[in-house]
Structure formats: structure tokens, C-alpha cells
Design a protein around this ligand. Structure first.
Ligand code: PMP
Length: 407
């Protein structure tokens, strides 16, 4: 064995290296998600977490999905492993279109673009519509990663005043007239983070205003299939006057599994074609094998029966959370009762700060997400989001006991 030199040879000293050009301003102006930081803390065993927006993993149809992957490979391994079209696998586009049509929105396979999660759909639409300095209207509060995407694009994000039922249509009209926004981003069903659902009359008013005053509607609906009670409400996209200006985003994350990273968008033809070009630049296409497996699953399994199981479990979990919240939160707190989805939104009494309380909660092995980061403009420090999906009713009850101790 050759002897190692006792001293490494030093490279010749030269001139000082020239500093690198800086990152793009947008890369440093938008902060990371504080929710991801909290999630990292709550991954340790024994923590009862109301923080993450995760679907319950024990409810994944692992057997059915595994069979679907096997079938996709068996049918045509080379197709499953090959590059494919940007628009998506025809059978998956057709299945998405059939589901949308069954929910009251006539949709053809060609109207649909398959995306890598609905998060990508949001990025593609932002890339396609938003220029730096453009105004984007959002519900207040709203989904954090949407706010991040709009900020990365250099948008001026303006919050629309909301009450317990969501967007106030009169306030929306005033803002449209004042700021001439490019688009309104809206989560009408079981909104993230508030669990709120926009009532039918307000949907009609929002759709009518978009038609009359001229703006795009981005309707994000990853939770709409998770309704536990009450009747489905029509999508904004289904309203007369809004058909030519609404982009509907859907996802398989909450009804199948988020690790598949499968979502879709349904958009008017010209916008969809522009989004296809943006997608080519982003990732060429969504994973072929995952799309074919999902299409197989939809053909061979009963997704609606699976969703019914998920809904029933989430409903029981929501009820367990609601049953114990009064004992857990300080007197004078308020909270809502969502008819579906994954989240309950609560507000602590005057003088409380949910972010400050999170530390003592995590010290007692329980977690939630403070509401402040979901706000645009002035945050409401008294608010918090509680997800009820990933624990059994007994664990939820124990989590609430811990929360009471923390508060
Ligand atoms: N929109 C909303 C409102 C969400 O809550 C989420 C996920 N938490 C997404 C979009 C993205 O979902 P995915 O990319 O998994 O489809």
C-alpha cells in the first residue's frame, strides 16, 4: 500500500475568486413555509398533531393501488416507462373528465391537462397569467403555498375581505373596480386553512362579477369530494358567464394518495394551450407510470366507495375534535363546524397569540398550525388551524387534553 503523504499538496495561490452573481430577488424575498418547519418538529413519535394537512395513511387503498401499478406494468411495461405527452395519458384525462361531468360540469378529455399535483397546476396558471406587478386577489386567509407562488411571480397580492362563509361579494366588486386584478384565487369547498365553504348565492355573485368586470377565476378544489353532510354546491366554473374565464384545479392527493403527485386542471382552450407550454418547460409531462396506474385504478376499483370510507372516518374524527374543543381552548374562544374537508378554524380570545402558544403545545407533544402565516396584510394572531384527519377519535381526545394543559 502506498504511504499517504503527511501533508496534502496545496493548490497554487492565485487571485481572489470573483464573487458569484446573486440569486434572483424573488428567491430570497419569499420565505419558506413555517408549517413545514412545524411538521418537522411533530414527526417525532408520540406527538398528536393537528398541524399537518395530511390524509390518513391507514386509509390509503394500498392493495388496490399496488394492483393498479402491477396492471399498468403488465399491460405495457415499455409504455409505462417511456416519455409521454405533456397533456397527459388519454385514459386518465378521460376519467377525470367523466368525474367532472358527473359532478355537473360538462367536460371532455381534451379540456383537461394532467399535472404533477394540483400544486403544479397552480404554478402553471401563475406562469401563464401573472406578470410582475399584476394584482392577484385572494381570500383572507388562504392556502400558504398559493401565496408563495404568487409572491414568487412578483404579484401584488390583495386580500378580499371574508366572513365565516368566505368571500364578501360586494367587497370583491369594489376591489376589482379599484385594482383591475388579473385573477381571483379561490378555494370554495372546505377551504384551506379555514374549512369554510362558499354558499351557492355567493358563488353565483362571484361568477357574475368575474364575467361583468373581467378577471380570471382560479378555482382550487382539492377537498370538494370530502363532503360529510349537506349537498354539493356547483363549481364556479359551472356558472353562466364564468365558463370562459375559470380554471378549475383538481387533485388525487386527498382522495387517493398525495405521494402519487397527480392533479389536473380544466381550462378554456387558449389558456390550457399556454399552460401546456409552461408545463413543457417545467417537467415535460407528469410521470407516465403514475398516470397509467391511476387510470387503471379508476377503471378497476370503485374510487367513490373508497372516498365514502374516507369521508366516514373523517366525519367521526371531525366530530371527536368538535366534541372536545370547548374544554381544550380558553373560555371565549370560537371555532367553526366545517361540513367536510380536513380542517377546523378556531380563534382564541383577546390577548392570546397562537404562535406563542405553539411552543408550549409542542412541549406537551401536541401541535396545531397558527393562523397568522395564512393571512395577507394584517395577520390575526389569535387564529389557528386544526386538522382532524390523521388521528383516531381516542387520540384526538388525548390531544385535546394536552392542548388544554398547554393553554
Ligand atoms: N391547493 C390547496 C388548497 C391545498 O390545500 C393543497 C395541498 N395541501 C394543494 C392545492 C396542493 O395539492 P396537491 O399538489 O397535492 O394536489
Amino acid at each position: 500500500m502506498p504511504l499517504l503523504p503527511t501533508r496534502c499538496p496545496q493548490p497554487p495561490t492565485g487571485p481572489e475568486p470573483t464573487p458569484l452573481p446573486p440569486f434572483a430577488a424573488r428567491a430570497t424575498s419569499v420565505g419558506g413555509s413555517p408549517i413545514r418547519d412545524i411538521l418537522a418538529l411533530t414527526a417525532r413519535p408520540g406527538v398528536i398533531s393537528f398541524a399537518g394537512g395530511l390524509p390518513a395513511p391507514e386509509l390509503f387503498d394500498t392493495k388496490g393501488l399496488r394492483a393498479a401499478y402491477d396492471a399498468a406494468f403488465a399491460a405495457s411495461p415499455t409504455r409505462a416507462l417511456q416519455y409521454s405527452t405533456t397533456e397527459g395519458a388519454p385514459e386518465l384525462r378521460a376519467a377525470v373528465a367523466a368525474r367532472a361531468t358527473a359532478r355537473g360540469l360538462a367536460t371532455g378529455a381534451d379540456d383537461v391537462l394532467i399535472t404533477t399535483g394540483s400544486q403544479q397546476a397552480l404554478s402553471l396558471i401563475t406562469a401563464t397569467l401573472v406578470e410582475p406587478g399584476d394584482t392577484v386577489l385572494v381570500e383572507n386567509p388562504t392556502y400558504l403555498a398559493a401565496l408563495q407562488g404568487f409572491s414568487l411571480a412578483g404579484a401584488r397580492v390583495i386580500p378580499v375581505p371574508c366572513d365565516e362563509e368566505g368571500i364578501l361579494p360586494d367587497a370583491l366588486e369594489e376591489l376589482i373596480e379599484q385594482h383591475h386584478p388579473k385573477l381571483l384565487y379561490c378555494i370554495p369547498n372546505f377551504q384551506n386553512p379555514t374549512g369554510r365553504t362558499l354558499p351557492a348565492a355567493r358563488r353565483a355573485a362571484v361568477a357574475e362579477a368575474a364575467g361583468r368586470l373581467g378577471l380570471w377565476l382560479v378555482e382550487d378544489d382539492p377537498y370538494g369530494d370530502l363532503r360529510f353532510e349537506g349537498a354539493d354546491l356547483p363549481w364556479l366554473a359551472a356558472h353562466p358567464g364564468a365558463e370562459d374565464r375559470t380554471v378549475l384545479l383538481g387533485s388525487f392527493s386527498k382522495i387517493m394518495a398525495p405521494g402519487l403527485r397527480l392533479g389536473w386542471l380544466r381550462a378554456p382552450a387558449a389558456l390550457r394551450r399556454a399552460a401546456v407550454v409552461a408545463k413543457q418547460a417545467a417537467d415535460l409531462h407528469t410521470s407516465t407510470v403514475d398516470q397509467l396506474a391511476a387510470a387503471r385504478y379508476l377503471a378497476a376499483s370503485d374510487l367513490d366507495a373508497h372516498i365514502a370510507t374516507v369521508r366516514a372516518a373523517y366525519r367521526t374524527r371531525r366530530d371527536a375534535l368538535l366534541a372536545g374543543l370547548g374544554e381544550a381552548l380558553p373560555e371565549g374562544s370560537s371555532w367553526n363546524r366545517p361540513e367536510g374537508g380536513m380542517f377546523v378554524w378556531a380563534r382564541l380570545p383577546e390577548g392570546h397569540d397562537a404562535t406563542a402558544l405553539l411552543k408550549s403545545a409542542v412541549a406537551r407533544d401536541v401541535a396545531f398550525v397558527p393562523g397568522a402565516p395564512f393571512h395577507t396584510g394584517e395577520p390575526d394572531p389569535r387564529t389557528l388551524r386544526l386538522s382532524f384527519t390523521t388521528h383516531t377519535p381516542a387520540e384526538i381526545a388525548e390531544g385535546l387534553v394536552r392542548l388544554a394543559a398547554a393553554f
